[in-house]
Write a protein that binds this ligand. Sequence first.
Ligand SMILES: Nc1ncnc2c1ncn2[C@@H]1O[C@H](COP(=O)(O)OP(=O)(O)OP(=O)(O)O)[C@@H](O)[C@H]1O
Length: 545
Amino acid sequence: MSLLALLFQKSKLPIILAALLGILTGACSAALVAVMNQALTSRTVADALTLMPAFLGFAVAVLVLRIVSQMQLSSMQQVALLDLRLSLCRRMLEAPLSKLESAGPHKLLAALTEDIAVINSTISVIPGVIICLATLAGCLVYLAWLSGPLLMMILAVIAVVMASVAIPNRYAYSQFYKRRESQDALYSNFRTLIDGAKELQLHHARSEDFFNKELKPTAEEVSRVSLTTNNLFIITGSWGGFMVMAVIAVILFGVPRFQTVEMSTLAAYALVVLYLQQPLDGLMNQWPALSRSHVAMKKLEKLGLSLADPEPPADGAVPTKFERVELVDITHTYYREQDGATFTLGPINTMMRRGELVFLVGGNGSGKTTLAKLLTGLYSPEKGELRVDGVPITAANRRSYRQLFSSVFFDFHLFERMLGLDQPGLEEKAKGFLSRLQLQHKVRVEDGKLSTVSLSQGQRKRLALLTSFLEDRPIYVFDEWAADQDPLFRELFYREMLPALKNQGKLVFVISHDDRYFHLADRLLKLESGQLVSMPDTAPTAVSA
Ligand SMILES: Nc1ncnc2c1ncn2[C@@H]1O[C@H](COP(=O)(O)OP(=O)(O)OP(=O)(O)O)[C@@H](O)[C@H]1O
């Protein structure tokens, strides 16, 4: 869907009002030309002077209407932009995690910055486009009134001009697309620049290689393609201006050969066509912005973040006082585009109960985190089904299902503010947990906010655990939480905290490599190359990871 169509869908009334004002401005501009033409072809100066009030009236009307319509369009622009930006963020919040992961953070960042900036700049040219189109339409109506057959000839010449710029414009569009793809690669390099700062600074040769062989060529490619497209639009814009002169030449020197037309009509035509150069130039100059917005919309669609899609439907309910969660024939496949490699997890069949402590073990890359993402509803299974007390989890109730979980994944994010945790006594509870986690001297909780998150990785993970406890959800998922904790906190985690959660009737699902603690589990699940190798009901036994 084009940006114009989307804007129209989202804010019909303001756009119709703005368009009407634009059309009125264009009509008054055209009327101004008509009065000018009449004055120029008046027989006497006295006749010309009688047209002065009309001329001044239309000139003032154009001035006032231009200001009002621009202001109206500019306020519509801000409303539309805010709406589009918030919609895009909401789409990202709702988008399937697997889709966001396969796009990668660099493409998402490019979408949030580049595409939104392009859409913003396009919205800002829309007022001008509407006024140019309206002026063009008004002038064409006046030309039709002057001479119908002549207008047909002029329209035929304009059609040829349009066709002659269509091919380079299409090429320019493909270059815009290429430029946008290069921008994705550039954002990927920006991420390497930030995330890999340590590794790059510690190895000068690597840093130079990265700069010269990766970052610089990508930045140069963006600049090269931008230059090509800009040059193309300069050429087509100037060509359009030249063709206006060609149209005037056809009027003055071509038309009299084939048709008997009064010289005054020809002069009026030449004047109007000359006047038309301004809106035509305007349209030509705004064409690149419209093309770029089309590319931006296509990129957003490709990421599954189309702004044209309807808002996701309200979520269906899931039993919150459930007894069991079942995974029935669940599968998930990753496909890596770069080398065509695939990894399939499942089919997985297992059942877990409230008050159960389940450990998931297995070697690196066996699929443990993937299974946790499926269990939590972050991934929707390709095949099979999740059930809560027999109620299937589908697209209609997946969001509610996710609210059963509290998790600390291996690559967790720590929120400074305790978002979504507006509950009485929160700070007191938090203080209690902080001292259990031996963080009371490092971190305070004030006004629902952690005083700092600039801590060691192990301490940050303890803070993530604190947030998770405060969430007080029926199911807990921990993905190798203890991996970077010292022995004291491992003991605390496995021997005190997990049993405490279990005793509160929570279902606790723990991904672990700590075979010293496997015997504490009520049930041990083992994954090997994406397959569960332990039977769902096997009694716990120590299994080497
Ligand atoms: N986003 C992804 N795209 C493609 N392949 C992926 C993706 N995430 C994981 N994989 C692949 O899927 C397999 C399982 O990954 P997963 O992270 O579930 O394993 P894991 O058992 O948790 O490993 P570890 O113990 O190292 O954390 C791996 O071979 C991995 O390369």
